[in-house]
Every structure is written in structure tokens, then in C-alpha cells.
Design a protein around this ligand. Structure first.
Ligand code: GLU
Length: 472
């Protein structure tokens, strides 16, 4: 009886800069697929480019993945540490006659390419050392080791996203496996690692599609079964061009800085390249249940910041008030402003109404400005208008003792008190609420008056009224 394969996926970033948003999506897809299948998700840091790999970039990968909630199984694998194993495979191919030493100097190769270009031919390596007798090797030249790739026929990949992709073997050159200094190339390392790690499914950007053709030759030479491939289209910017520096916001960290919740970004990235009917809001649990390769889109998707914020607003509204207050506390601390216990309590109090309107965590922070402002608060000029109308400040002076007399300070009790006060003076409710709102918040962006009063608390409300009122 055929047993079901244990699915193993991997995320294999090169730590040469930020954790790119496109790579984060690749990680997410691989992670979801492994979790969906009850398989294994591995992390491999491709740090073979010693000049460009940095510890900061490695940290950015770990931090970014952790922030997104993407966990990997086992310890991360560092590719550079496996160089001996990569060399061993190249030597084995050499021994079997499936690879050969090439003594062409860089200068000679350049001349070969120049000539090919001038004659309008393909500029790939022409195989000049492929069948040459090693005894002809020039003295003093360290050779590279090249794979003897098939010279005729086709290499066909059944890609889970792109469908059947055909490469003419004449177009696949005898790629270098080991450089003349003995360091393994990317192409060799990737194949050996994926094989040794038992990877069964590769999901990655379609910029690697042509590599898949070349890598397949290497799998064949070693007699290994190649993993299945799924090459997803790259993310495009809002203008339809491939995502580049000019679009800004390339790294996952920028999205965190924009005030996005990780679950909102995951949901957004998931939908950017994968679909499940018309479903837009998909929780991580749901995504794990639904994720399949069939849902991967063949057409590139464009970043849409408005949609991202809309989703984020949804996730904010569905996040626990205490958790959101913690976010606000952290963001304020980042700005060098520690919130007191009292201020935090007020933030929590106001959260249900703050989160109704917020699209980012920064909107929540902006929404608490009035709450934590030091007295006397600064009042926006436009907002001050009703407060500066005849009799308004006197009216507040009369209102203060009525509010001071309240034994309970709740939405209901302050509402009853304000309405009774307005009725007794035959004033429309707005005539009382507007100047009061100005005195208490100073901003046009505050929530409703009752919520404001409850969030501020009785003492602070009275103190702020006093700051603006005049003796009647
Ligand atoms: N390290 C490669 C990159 O960051 C990915 C290699 C692969 O997925 O095969 O683009």
C-alpha cells in the first residue's frame, strides 16, 4: 500500500538585507502548506555569500518570522556550515564522470562570450573542457568543477503553479558546481541541502524558475528525486511594476512600523497570491485548514495599501482591548513616553470606542493624545469655537458642581446628568456637549462625550472643566 509522503517544506532566505515582503509571503506559503499537511517546515539561512551576509540580516529574518507568527521546526540550518558536504557531492560527480574540471580562465571566458555575442549566438559556456583530456590542463590554473548537463532533449518541470515548463537542454549550460577556490556555488548548495533535508515541496518566487531547470539536471545526475516545485509570481507595486525600492515599504519591519498587526499582514499576504473563493478575511487557523497549492494564483498581484489598512482595521476591531492597550503602551514607550498606571487605565477604558475607527495602531496612539495630555490642555482653534461663544464658559462653571455631585461615574450617570442639566436650562443638548467636549479634549478627533468623560474619570473631567471655566 502506498504510504502518503510526509510533506517537508522550507524557507531559504539569503541574509543580505531586510526580510523582504515577498520573501515573507514565500515563508508564509511554505509554512501554511506544511502545517496544512501535518508536515515539517524548515528554515535554511543561505549565508554562503560571505561578503554580503550579516548577523543583522539573520536577526531580521528571525525577528520578522517570529513577529508574523511563523515558527519553524528544529534548528535553523546554516548553509555555509555545510560547504564540506557540498564539496563532497561535487567530488562524487567528478569521480563518476558526471562532472569535469574546467581550466578556462576568466579572461578566456570573457572572450568566448564577446565572440558569441558578436556572432549572435548564445553566450552560455560552450563546454570547451567537457571532453578534453585532463592531461591538457595548463599549469598554474586552479580549475572550476562543472556539471556535465544533458546536451540534447528537454528538461520538463511539472510546476504546481506554472504548469508544464519545458527547457531545451541545449540552453542549460554546464554550470559551475565548485569555484576555483573550492567554494560551492549557490546552485550546488541549494540542491544538496534540499535533498539532505528531505524537502518534498519547494514554493518560491518565479525568479527562480529557470534555476529549477538547471537544478533538475543536478538532481538527475545524483540520481535523486527532485522535490515538487511551485513558483509563485512576484509581488508588484500599486503601479503594476515589479516591487522595487521606489515603491518603498519593501521590508516586513516597515509594515510593523506602519502600525499593522501581524495577523492582518499575514491575511493580506496570503490573499496576495492565493485565493479561496471570494474569502477576504481569513484567520491563520482557517488558512491552515484551507491552504492548498491549487489556490496559488498564476498572475502577479499588486500591493494595495488601502486594502491592507482595511484588513488591519478589521483585525484591530477583533483584538482584545487589553492587548491593544499593550500595543499603545509599547508604541508610546518607543516614543520615549511612559504611560502611568492611571493613564493606562484610561486607555483601556476608551479602547472599545478608539478601536472602532482605527485603521492602524498609530491611529489608536493618536486617539489617546487628548487622554494623556497634561493640563491645561491645548485646545485646537476650530474646536474652541463653541467654548468661546457667549455664556459657554459660565455654563460649564455651573455644570461642574452637578458633575461633582455624582456618586457613580458611568456612561449612564454622566448622560443623565448632562441631559438633566440641558433640560433645566432649556438648552439643546449640543449647546452643552460641544463646549464641554472642547474643554475636555481640545481635538476634533475624540470619541463621544460620554466615553470621553468616563475615560478621563471624574476628577480629571472636573479639573479640565475648571481650567476652561470662568467664575459665573
Ligand atoms: N536564497 C534564495 C533567495 O533568497 C532562495 C533559494 C530557493 O528558494 O531556492 O532568493
Amino acid at each position: 500500500m502506498a504510504s502518503k509522503t510526509h510533506v517537508i517544506t522550507r524557507f531559504a532566505p539569503s541574509p543580505t538585507g531586510i526580510l523582504h515582503i515577498g520573501n515573507a509571503r514565500t515563508a508564509l506559503f511554505n509554512w501554511l502548506y506544511a502545517r496544512h499537511c501535518g508536515g515539517t517546515f524548515l528554515l535554511r539561512v543561505e549565508d554562503t555569500d560571505r561578503a554580503r551576509s550579516t548577523p543583522e540580516a539573520i536577526d531580521a529574518i528571525f525577528d520578522g518570522l517570529s513577529w508574523l507568527g511563523i515558527d519553524w521546526d528544529g534548528d535553523p540550518i546554516f548553509q555555509f556550515a555545510r560547504a564540506d558536504r557540498h564539496r563532497e557531492v561535487a567530488e562524487e560527480l567528478l569521480k563518476k564522470g558526471l562532472a569535469y574540471k574546467c581550466y578556462a580562465t576568466p579572461q578566456e571566458l570573457q572572450e568566448m562570450r564577446d565572440k558569441a555575442r558578436a556572432e549572435g549566438r548564445s553566450m552560455t559556456y560552450d563546454g570547451r573542457w567537457r571532453d578534453r583530456d585532463p592531461s591538457e590542463a595548463p599549469a598554474g590554473v586552479d580549475p572550476v568543477i562543472r556539471l556535465k548537463t544533458a546536451n540534447e532533449g528537454l528538461t520538463i518541470i511539472e510546476d504546481k503553479v506554472q504548469g508544464s515548463v519545458t527547457f531545451k537542454n541545449t540552453e542549460i549550460d554546464d554550470m559551475v558546481l565548485l569555484r576555483s577556490d573550492g567554494t560551492p556555488t549557490y546552485m550546488l548548495s541549494v540542491v544538496v541541502d534540499d535533498h539532505d533535508m528531505g524537502v518534498t515541496q519547494i514554493i518560491r518566487g518565479d525568479d527562480h524558475l529557470s534555476n529549477a531547470g538547471r537544478q533538475t539536471q543536478l538532481y538527475n545526475a545524483m540520481g535523486w528525486t527532485a522535490p515538487d516545485f511551485a513558483h509563485v509570481p512576484l509581488i508588484h507595486g500599486p503601479d503594476g511594476a515589479k516591487l522595487s525600492k521606489r515603491h518603498g515599504a519593501l521590508g516586513v519591519a516597515s509594515y510593523r512600523d506602519m502600525g499593522l498587526l501581524p495577523e492582518a499582514l499575514c491575511n493580506y499576504l496570503l490573499r496576495l497570491g492565493w485565493s479561496h473563493g471570494d474569502d477576504e478575511i481569513i484567520s491563520t487557523e482557517q488558512a491552515i485548514e484551507w491552504f492548498d497549492l491549487g489556490g496559488l494564483n498564476k498572475a502577479p498581484a499588486r500591493l494595495d495599501f488601502a486594502k491592507m489598512e482595511y484588513l488591519n482595521g478589521h483585525y484591530i476591531r477583533h483584538t482584545d482591548d487589553g492587548v491593544l492597550a499593550d500595543h499603545v503602551e509599547q508604541l508610546m514607550a518607543d516614543k520615549g513616553q511612559a504611560l502611568s498606571e492611571d493613564q493606562l487605565a484610561r486607555v483601556r477604558e476608551l479602547m472599545p470606542s478608539l478601536k472602532e475607527r482605527a485603521k492602524t495602531l498609530h491611529d489608536l496612539v493618536a486617539g489617546i493624545d487628548f487622554l494623556i495630555a497634561a493640563r491645561p490642555i491645548v485646545i485646537d482653534e476650530k474646536v474652541a469655537k463653541p467654548l468661546n461663544q457667549d455664556g459657554a464658559r459660565e455654563m460649564l462653571t455651573e455644570l461642574a458642581p452637578q458633575l461633582a455631585a455624582l456618586n457613580h461615574w458611568t456612561m449612564e450617570s454622566v448622560e443623565t446628568a448632562l441631559r438633566a442639566f440641558a433640560d433645566a436650562r432649556d438648552l439643546g443638548f449640543g449647546k452643552v456637549a460641544q463646549p464641554l467636549r472642547a474643554a475636555l479634549t481640545g481635538t476634533p478627533n475624540a470619541p463621544g462625550i460620554f466615553e470621553v468623560m468616563v475615560a478621563l474619570g471624574q476628577a480629571e473631567t472636573l479639573a479640565r472643566i475648571e481650567d476652561q471655566a470662568v467664575a459665573a
